[in-house]
Ligand binder design. Structure first.
Ligand code: BGC
Ligand code: BGC
Length: 615
C-alpha cells in the first residue's frame, strides 16, 4: 500500500504533466474563453500550469525557434535586446512585427496579449529615425524633472507607435565609480536627484493611466546596488555585475530611495540586477526582493530578471530557476537560444514545471507571480479589450516637435567647466575651424544603446551633428572649415574641438584608464599649437581625465552623450542659451582619485558636484 501511494505521489504529477505538456503541441482547435471583464483572481483560477508558467516567461524575439511557440508555450512576454530589430528597421516594420506576435498570442485559449519589452532608455533608441535624447548622466545635469517627464512622455508615444508597450527604463543606478561602463545610465550620485528624476521618468512613461493609448509600462532597474560594486569583482575582473561590498545602512541610504519613489509613482515593473551584495547575487536574494521590496516597501508590481541573469547563480539551470523564483523573481528574461536546448525558453518552461510538480516551488508562489503579472496587464488594459495598435502615432516618431524637446534637453545638459571670455562665440567670425572625431558624428553623440546594443560611430540614424549645428547657426558670411585632424586650426578665428569616448554599453565600457585617446590628444595638441582660441567639447558617458586639457583650453564644455540633436550644444556655444547644466557627478583630477563621491573625506576633486558656469 505504502508503495502504491509512493508511486502515485510521483506518477500522478508526471501523468498530469505529460497531459498538459501534450496539450501544448497537439491542441487541435483552440477554444476561446473570454477573459474580458473578469477579475485577475478568476483568470488565475482558470489557468493551467502551462499557461501560468508561460506568463512567467519572457523570450527574446530573435531566439524564437518558431513564431508559433508564442502560442504553444503560452508565452507572456517577448523582448528585443539591444539592436534586435526587424529586417527593415523602420517604425512601420516594428508595428507589423508586433501585430504579428500579438496575433499569435490571441490564438491561445485565454488570448492574453503579450507585454513586449525593449530598452527605450534615451528615446526609442533601437529604431532608426526615432528621437534620441541625452543619456541619463546628461539628464542629471539638467536637474529638470519636468523636462525629464516630458522626455519620457515623448518616448512612450514613439514606443507605442511601434506597437511596443513596455520599456526597461528608468535606470536609477547610483553610480559610485566612473570606471563603470554603465555610469552614463545613472543620473548621478545623489539619491535625492536620482529619486526625483526616476520618478519623473516613470510618470512620463506611464501617463495618467497605464491603459492610455500613449502610455507604456516602466521598468525601474537594476535592483539594487548596480552602481555600487568594487572594482575587480565584476565580469572579467572589472566592475560591471560585480559585488557591492557595502553595509545595509549604505545600501538603504544611497541605493534604495529611488525604488521607494518609483513605487510611489506606481512603476509597473522592477528589474533585478546582475550584481551581488556582499557575495550574494541579487537574483537569488530573497531578503532584498521579497522581504524588503515587496514586503517592507509594499511593491505590488512584478519583478523581472535581467538578461539570462539567473544563469549566473551558482548551481545548475534548474536550481537557478528554483532559487530565483523562490527568492521573488516573477518573470524570467530567458531570453533563449535558437537551438531550443540549453537555457532556452523551452528548457526554462520544462524545468520550471518540473520544479513545481516536484514541490520545489509552491503553487502559491506561482500564483502570486502570475497574479502580479496579470495585475499589470490589467492596468495596461490588456485583459479587457482586444490588442490594437494605433498606426497614426507613427507620424510622431522623430518628429520635429519631439526633436525640439531633445534639443532643449541637450542645451540644459551641457555643463560649462571653463570659459576665459571666449564664449559665447560671435556668429559673425570670418572663419571657424571645427576639429575632432566627434564633430560630425551622430553615433558618437548617441553612445551605447543606440540602434545597436553597443552603439556605433558615424551616421547610424538621422540627426544633427555639432558641425551641422554650427553651420546652421553662423551668419552666411562665416566660413566653417571642417578639419577632423585639426591641421587647419591656424586658419580659424576660433577652433571648436569635439573629442571623447567611442560608444560602448555595459561591461564593454569598464575602463581603468579614463584618459582621452591618443588620437584626441594629438588633435588637441595641434590646435593648441596654433595659438587660436580653443573651445573643447567633450562627448563622454562620464567624467574623464582632463586636467591638462582644461588648462590648455579657453573654454571647456562637458556635453555627455547628447543624442541626435547636436544643435543643443551649438545653442550654448553661440549664446542662444545661457548654460545652466550642473555636474551631478564628481569630476576627479586623476585616476588615483577614483572612486570619488560627494561626502568622501578629503574631497578635493577637479570639479565638485553642482559645479557649472554660466555666461
Ligand atoms: C541589461 C538590461 C537590459 C536587458 C535587456 C541586460 O543585459 O543589463 O539593462 O534591460 O539586458 O536588453
Ligand atoms: C543584448 C542586450 C543584452 C546583452 C546582455 C545582448 O546580446 O542585445 O540587450 O543586454 O546581450 O549581455
Amino acid at each position: 500500500m505504502q508503495n502504491i501511494i509512493a508511486t502515485h505521489k510521483y506518477l500522478l504529477p508526471l501523468i498530469v504533466g505529460l497531459l498538459i505538456g501534450s496539450c501544448n503541441t497537439t491542441e487541435p482547435v483552440v477554444r476561446h474563453e473570454s477573459i474580458h471583464g473578469k477579475s485577475v483572481e478568476t483568470i488565475v483560477e482558470m489557468m493551467t500550469l502551462s499557461e501560468k508558467v508561460g506568463q512567467m516567461t519572457q523570450a527574446g524575439r530573435n531566439y524564437l525557434v518558431k513564431e508559433k511557440d508564442i502560442k504553444d508555450y503560452y508565452l507572456g512576454s517577448l523582448l528585443s535586446g539591444g539592436g534586435s530589430a526587424p529586417r527593415n528597421n523602420e517604425p512601420s516594420s516594428w508595428a507589423d512585427m508586433l501585430d504579428g506576435y500579438q496575433a499569435v498570442a490571441a490564438e491561445t485559449r485565454l488570448g492574453i496579449p503579450l507585454m513586449y519589452g525593449i530598452d527605450a532608455i534615451h528615446g526609442h533608441n533601437n529604431v532608426v529615425g526615432a528621437t534620441i535624447f541625452p543619456h541619463n548622466i546628461g539628464l542629471g545635469a539638467t536637474g529638470n524633472a519636468v523636462l525629464v517627464e516630458e522626455i519620457a512622455r515623448i518616448t512612450a508615444k514613439e514606443v507605442r507607435a511601434t506597437g511596443i508597450n513596455w520599456t526597461f527604463d528608468p535606470c536609477v543606478a547610483n553610480s559610485r565609480d566612473e570606471r563603470w561602463g554603465r555610469a552614463y545610465e545613472s543620473y548621478g550620485e545623489d539619491p535625492a536627484l536620482i529619486s526625483a528624476l526616476g520618478r519623473a521618468q516613470v510618470e512620463g512613461y506611464q501617463g495618467a493611466s497605464l491603459s492610455s493609448p500613449e502610455a507604456i509600462a516602466a521598468c525601474t532597474k537594476h535592483y539594487i546596488g548596480d552602481g555600487a560594486p568594487t572594482w575587480g569583482t565584476g565580469s572579467g575582473g572589472n566592475i560591471d555585475r560585480g559585488d557591492a561590498q557595502i553595509s545595509e545602512a549604505e545600501l538603504r541610504y544611497l541605493h534604495l530611495p529611488p525604488y521607494l519613489a518609483a513605487i510611489q509613482a506606481e512603476t509597473a515593473t522592477i528589474m533585478a540586477s546582475y550584481n551581488s551584495w556582499n557575495g550574494l547575487k541579487l537574483h537569488g536574494h530573497k531578503y532584498l526582493m521579497t522581504d524588503l521590496l515587496k514586503g517592507e516597501l509594499g511593491y505590488e508590481g512584478f519583478i523581472i530578471s535581467d538578461w539570462a541573469a539567473i544563469d549566473e547563480l551558482p548551481g545548475n539551470y534548474k536550481s537557478d530557476i528554483i532559487e530565483s523564483i523562490n527568492a521573488g523573481v516573477d518573470m524570467v528574461m530567458v531570453p533563449g537560444n535558437t537551438s531550443g536546448s540549453g537555457s532556452s525558453y523551452r528548457d526554462f518552461i520544462k524545468k520550471l514545471k518540473q520544479a513545481v510538480n516536484e514541490g520545489s516551488i509552491e503553487m502559491s508562489r506561482i500564483d502570486d507571480a502570475v497574479t502580479r503579472i496579470l495585475n499589470v496587464k490589467k492596468r495596461m488594459g490588456l485583459l479587457d479589450a482586444l490588442y490594437s495598435n494605433d498606426r497614426s502615432l507613427i507620424a510622431s516618431v522623430g518628429s520635429s516637435e519631439h526633436r525640439a524637446v531633445a534639443r532643449q534637453a541637450v542645451r540644459e545638459s551641457v555643463v560649462m567647466l571653463k570659459n576665459e571670455g571666449v564664449l559665447p562665440l560671435s556668429k559673425d567670425l570670418a572663419t571657424i575651424v571645427v576639429a575632432g572625431r566627434g564633430a560630425d558624428n551622430v553615433g558618437m553623440q548617441c553612445g551605447g544603446w543606440s540602434i545597436a546594443w553597443q552603439g556605433g560611430m558615424g551616421n547610424i540614424t538621422p540627426g544633427t551633428t555639432v558641425l551641422d549645428g554650427i553651420q546652421a547657426a553662423v551668419s552666411p558670411s562665416t566660413q566653417v572649415i571642417h578639419s577632423p585632424d585639426g591641421l587647419a586650426a591656424a586658419n580659424g578665428d576660433a577652433v571648436i574641438v569635439v573629442v571623447g569616448e567611442a560608444p560602448y554599453a555595459e561591461g564593454h565600457g569598464d575602463r581603468d584608464d579614463l584618459s582621452l585617446s591618443n588620437e584626441d590628444i594629438s588633435v588637441l595638441n595641434r590646435v593648441q599649437a596654433s595659438g587660436k582660441p580653443m573651445v573643447v567639447i567633450l562627448l563622454s558617458g562620464r567624467p574623464m581625465i582632463i586636467s591638462d586639457i582644461v588648462e590648455a583650453s579657453d573654454a571647456f564644455l562637458a556635453a555627455w552623450l547628447p543624442g541626435t540633436e547636436g544643435n543643443g550644444i551649438t545653442d550654448v556655444i553661440f549664446g542662444d542659451y545661457n548654460p545652466s547644466g550642473k555636474l551631478s557627478v564628481t569630476w576627479p583630477t586623476g585616476m588615483s582619485q577614483i572612486p570619488i563621491n560627494l561626502g568622501d573625506s578629503n574631497y578635493s576633486p577637479l570639479f565638485p558636484v553642482g559645479f557649472g558656469l554660466s555666461f
